[in-house]
Design a protein around this ligand. Structure first.
Ligand SMILES: [Zn+2]
Length: 551
């Protein structure tokens, strides 16, 4: 009994030693993380002079003896961990990057950011090329450019940034992050690091380092903070040097449930009804970055929940999130794998549900519509401003109106709105000036649309919504990086294609006529949905106006 307790106590001590940062420096000094991960071992020299080896069941004996020779010791304790836990442990041992970015924000970063022309160590890159996915933590290089890029990417992942911009100007360099849709300046690295930073990115993306006059596109796949990140790289030469945009696609993110994306509860049954059908086409519209794909993923998620036996195939450019249990295909225009071609091949794979990342050309549109009419449920996106313009866009692509009318079941238009930071949002009373501002915005659109019917309808509804709201204004605090906003929500305009809409589409009615009819049938517009979010205290008046202007 006593012995057993003693054993447990000493095991707890051992586990503590694994997470004691004091033990990490010796490991980092003697071994590379790549070596340790490859051989599944983490050797600790403890303060009491003992050697502790964290291993897995798969660790080879000769690796253990090699390490004991290197550390010049025979006394050892061994702890066996599951492989994943050991890899995580090794990652945390080598994760020193965040210490450096903290330093750089405090202005103590001169040493870290100073230029060092001996940047590229080619053997180091050779090592990395053997790994399909680079784990950022594996690169414990002292070269400033490498350290800088790794730190910036890790920080961007931590802050859920969607893009990293590296912008050169005459005498300074700017790094900005796009977070929740807004560009925020992060750091101004020393301008003489400019070339080594761009070279490093080119190496990571497999681009031509020598080519500095032409734009280049590439891709980096890596692991950061245990998340698989796919980075789209775009490099464009400007008069002050090459400008870099890194778009981060986090494939480990959760897929939202259909009830969480922002669709008004009232319309959920309508959407679920369309998803439960085995044919037809559901189209999501909006500008780039309006969250269309996220919405389609939540639909796929819902369909998988409803029917586990469906064969789901997607063709995307690029695959933004990996969804378990479905097959996703990346478009690759360089080798001729276009949306249309991918789609033709998918149809030979006996699909039930097809998602097409985007309909850009008539060939894709044609195959999509045909599929939707021949026993497939099809999801896709289209680049139009509102839901009603979808029909005209498809007609322009050469699709017959009766085919459009008989295949499309629902059209979504959507926008993303920033949510007010819950820590600092300030309650206020909506004054006449605010309401006037809002009304002006609507008037502008009335003139453009030249449709007083819709505007009158809107004004009555808007006044109703504004009568009983809780209004807040953005301020800014530490929690939201002094922007006043934290996170985003989507607003939706959902157009159901019923018999009335169908006959309007078949008679080639204008988008305005279709929109009016849809509103008459109960459709809520993007602007109304935006104002609802404002009245509910979720977002600000500034965001409502921003979204309305895009409209
Ligand atoms: Zn705040």
């Amino acid at each position: 009994m006593i012995n057993a307790n003693k054993k447990i106590a000493s095991n707890e001590n051992i586990v503590e030693e694994l997470y004691n940062p004091l033990n990490y420096q010796i490991i980092r000094k003697n071994f590379s993380s790549i070596y340790l991960k490859k051989n599944l071992i983490a050797p600790f020299m403890l303060q009491d002079g003992n050697c502790l080896l964290a291993i897995t069941k798969k660790t080879k004996n000769d690796v253990i003896s090699d390490i004991l020779i290197k550390l010049d010791t025979q006394d050892k304790k061994i702890i066996i961990l599951p492989s994943e836990e050991l890899i995580n442990l090794i990652n945390s041992i080598y994760d020193t990057s965040m210490e450096s970015i903290k330093g750089s924000n405090n202005g103590q970063s001169d040493e870290f950011l100073s230029d060092n022309s001996s940047t590229d160590k080619s053997d180091e890159f050779e090592n990395l090329k053997n790994f399909e996915h680079i784990d950022l933590i594996d690169e414990n290089s002292d070269a400033p450019a490498i350290k800088f890029i790794n730190t910036i990417i890790l920080e961007a992942v931590k802050e859920n940034a969607s893009d990293i911009h590296i912008e050169p100007f005459q005498d300074y360099l700017l790094v900005k992050f796009r977070i929740d849709g807004s560009l925020i300046e992060k750091i101004r690295p020393q301008v003489n690091l400019k070339n080594s930073i761009v070279s490093r990115i080119k190496v990571m993306a497999g681009l031509d380092i020598a080519e500095k006059r032409l734009p280049q596109d590439g891709r980096i796949q890596l692991v950061a903070r245990n998340r698989n990140i796919d980075i789209r790289v775009s490099i464009v030469p400007t008069i002050f040097g090459e400008r870099v945009v890194l778009r981060l696609l986090d494939k480990s993110l959760d897929i939202y449930d259909i009830s969480e994306v922002g669709i008004d509860e009232k319309f959920i049954p309508l959407v679920k009804n369309a998803l439960a059908k085995s044919t037809g086409m559901i189209i999501s519209t909006g500008p780039t970055g309006s969250g269309k794909t996220t919405t389609l993923y939540s639909f796929i998620n819902e369909v998988i929940k409803l029917f586990s036996d469906k064969n789901v195939l997607t063709v995307e450019d690029p695959v933004e999130y990996q969804i378990k249990g479905i097959s996703q295909i990346n478009v690759n225009n360089k080798i001729g794998l276009t949306f249309a071609k991918g789609l033709r091949h998918i149809l030979r794979q006996d699909p039930d549900i097809i998602m097409i990342g985007e309909i850009r050309d008539s060939e894709t549109a044609e195959i999509a519509i045909q599929s939707a009419m021949t026993g497939h449920l099809v999801f896709s996106t289209l680049h139009t401003n509102d839901s009603a313009s979808t029909f005209a866009r498809l007609t322009d692509m050469g699709i017959e109106p009766f085919l459009i009318a008989s295949s499309i079941t629902i059209v979504f238009a959507q926008r993303l709105m920033r949510k007010l930071c819950p820590f600092c949002k300030k309650s206020y009373v909506l004054n006449d000036e605010n309401i006037k501002l809002l009304a002006e915005k609507i008037d502008i659109n009335t003139n453009i649309n030249n449709n007083l019917n819709i505007a009158d309808n809107n004004l009555t509804i808007i006044k109703g919504i504004l009568k009983s709201g809780n209004f807040y204004i953005q301020t800014g605090c530490k929690e939201c990086g002094f922007t006043g906003y934290k996170g985003r929500t989507a607003i939706y305009e959902i157009l159901e294609v019923n018999d009335e809409i169908r006959s309007l589409v078949m008679s080639r009615a204008s988008s305005q006529e279709i929109k009016s009819k849809a509103i008459e049938n109960g459709m809520s517009t993007l602007r109304i949905e935006a104002i609802k979010k404002f009245a509910a205290g979720t977002t600000s008046l500034a965001e409502v106006i921003r979204v309305s202007e895009e409209d």
